[in-house]
Ligand binder design. Structure first.
Ligand code: ISL
Ligand code: CA
Length: 560
């Protein structure tokens, strides 16, 4: 195996700095807090730490709105702290990747501040500016260049009187989209990326990177329930997306002496597109984050819940395993800072908390691909409780509440029910380090209250306990590192039509592994010839007879 493929055997741990650990008592997690807890990450067996944004930012979207790509926001610390974090991670034999947010900047970035002043400013063409619709008066309702809605509510266009034009913002109006069709913009981004690699970082997680190339016609989209048009067909796989990423690869990645880790976050990406992005011969990135499985439990609008079954999950993952079997590579994730907690979403965070957290982990980690662990997932952290609206912090959730109750006329209680289930805030509660005040996250007042279950669900209780969720994750990660089958093996789904038992075989020249998990609150019995003579390697339950599975029973066998 060439060393350039090291990312195939890696496990990534995502740190969302604001919620990880606070070192100075201001209630907000910071870089020194991460430095203090590196042993927790190393002991888990992690290879790569992905750091969500710590750049200078007005924090409109918790750092995904960047006003200076070359500096650290004072709320998180200093550049010297970041250097120390990079060194600390490297000293432990791990690597670090930064979040690259270059579809948009903050409206407070110097580039945008200049761009908005006039049509002749130095940065005039750095953002996506368009005139009002012909025959309308700019700044009045309906004058927007097209009907696209922004992901965080309202129109995707904001009027700028100084230019007499609108700028595009696919997210909040404080996140104007960069104009990637401008060579100078692309060169500035590549230069910035190179400077971070020179500073010692090992790669990038690229925020909504499939959105950077827009259809120049900016056509209206099909009208959605919120009254706005759906622009995604016109920017999620735009005309130059492969060209721009290929240029980034040849300019930034291919000129480095060692392999740069690259993962593109790509909402709406299809298996066929993902194969094109990640094909080692002709693609541009190591892997992408796809959204199919995390979109299964809603009707197209994330707040509108519809139940998803184990069969839905099996079919979705199975399709992706197949599509990227020959060429390309999968990313495997249940959780991140935008998704609710997996044990609450797909598991049972009450009666079968330990069992379901570990069963879901087993299934995910043993697919073919690179697994991601989101901070606190290794402890089985659960969704928040959110009694009232004022406990939510996330701009997406708060904007949605406003639109849903005022414009769409939905009942506040129903809106809150949807938010409790799927809001990004579920993932952003402070990490539980111990059972003491504020879970050991801060000595001050946390920016978001800690969950009451931290008294028993915390790192101090789990790290040395052989029967904890943390220790189980450690074993799973250890299995990947000690078995080439987990990294290289082919994937074959078994019992494809069984409603609750998730079973598959991984096979390579090094042997065969069988993974079987009952993802349900009910016991299950299955006929699997492969179980005869199979040697149990890892399990989350005391043994029951071979073909019988207790609720959330998960087992990994080596086959003869
Ligand atoms: O959570 C979502 C909205 O329902 C997702 O669509 C999310 O907006 C999408 O995954 C893009 O996410 C990334 O870019 C956003 C940022 O808010 C997210 O935190 C980030 O992961 C804009 O930068
Ligand atoms: Ca702090």
């Amino acid at each position: 195996r060439p060393d350039s493929d090291w990312w195939k055997s890696a496990v990534v741990y995502q740190v969302y700095p604001r919620s990880f650990a606070d070192s100075n008592g201001d209630g907000i997690g910071d870089l020194r807090g991460i430095i203090e807890h590196l042993d927790h990450i190393q002991l888990l067996g992690i290879d790569v730490v992905w750091l969500s944004p710590v750049y200078r930012s007005p924090q409109d979207d918790n750092g995904y709105d960047i006003s200076d790509y070359q500096d650290v926001d004072p709320v998180f610390g200093t550049l010297a702290d970041l250097d120390e974090l990079v060194t600390g991670i490297h000293l432990r034999g791990m690597r670090i990747i930064l979040d690259l947010v270059v579809n948009h900047t903050s409206d407070e970035h110097a580039w945008f501040q200049d761009s908005r002043t006039s049509r002749t400013s130095a940065h005039a063409d750095w953002y996506v500016w368009r005139d009002p619709r012909p025959g309308t008066t700019g700044g009045t309702p309906g004058a927007e260049p097209n009907n696209w809605g922004a992901f965080f509510g309202g129109s995707a266009w904001e009027w700028e009187p100084a230019r007499g034009q609108y700028y595009l913002h696919l997210f909040s109006k404080k996140q104007p989209d960069l104009n990637w069709d401008n060579d100078v913009v692309r060169a500035a981004v590549y230069g910035m990326m190179t400077s971070w690699l020179d500073r010692g970082v090992d790669g990038f997680r690229m925020d909504v990177i499939n959105f950077i190339s827009k259809d120049p016609g900016f056509p209206d989209g099909a009208v959605l329930a919120n009254g706005y048009g759906d622009g995604t067909p016109f920017f999620s796989y735009g005309p130059h997306i492969h060209d721009y990423l290929a240029e980034m690869k040849s300019t930034v990645f291919d000129t480095r002496p060692t392999t740069v880790f690259t993962v593109g976050e790509m909402p709406t990406v299809t298996p066929e597109q993902a194969a094109r992005f990640t094909d080692a011969r002709t693609g541009q990135l190591n892997m992408v984050f796809q959204f199919e499985h995390v979109d299964l439990d809603h009707d197209g609008v994330k707040w509108n819940h519809r139940p998803a079954t184990v069969l839905d999950l099996k079919r979705s993952f199975g399709r992706w395993q197949e599509a990227l079997a020959e060429h390309g590579w999968n990313s495997l994730y249940w959780s991140n800072h935008d998704q609710p907690r997996v044990v609450s979403r797909w598991g049972n965070d009450r009666e079968y908390w330990y069992e379901s957290a570990t069963a879901l982990a087993t299934v995910l980690h043993l697919h073919r691909g690179t697994p991601y662990v989101y901070q606190g997932e290794e402890l089985g952290m659960t969704n928040g409780t959110f009694a009232t609206l004022d406990e939510f912090r996330d701009i997406e959730s708060l904007n949605y509440y406003d639109v849903a109750t005022n414009t769409l006329g939905l009942a506040p209680d129903d809106v809150l029910t949807g938010m409790r289930r799927i809001s990004r805030d579920n993932a952003r509660l402070p990490v539980h380090w111990d059972g003491g005040a504020h879970a050991g996250f801060t000595t001050g007042e946390p920016w978001m209250p800690v969950h009451s279950n931290h008294t028993w669900l915390n790192a101090a209780a789990q790290v040395g306990d052989p029967n904890s969720v943390y220790t189980f994750y450690r074993r799973l990660i250890g299995l990947r590192h000690s078995s080439r089958i987990v990294v290289d093996g082919t994937f074959t789904m078994l019992l494809a039509d069984h409603p609750t038992v998730y079973a598959f075989i991984r096979e390579s020249i090094d042997g065969r592994l069988l993974v079987v998990a009952n993802l349900s609150d009910e016991p299950a019995s299955v006929e699997l010839d492969e179980l005869d003579g199979a040697e149990l390697l890892l399990a989350n339950h005391a043994r029951t007879p071979a073909g019988r599975f207790d609720p959330w029973d998960a087992r990994v066998y080596r086959l003869p």
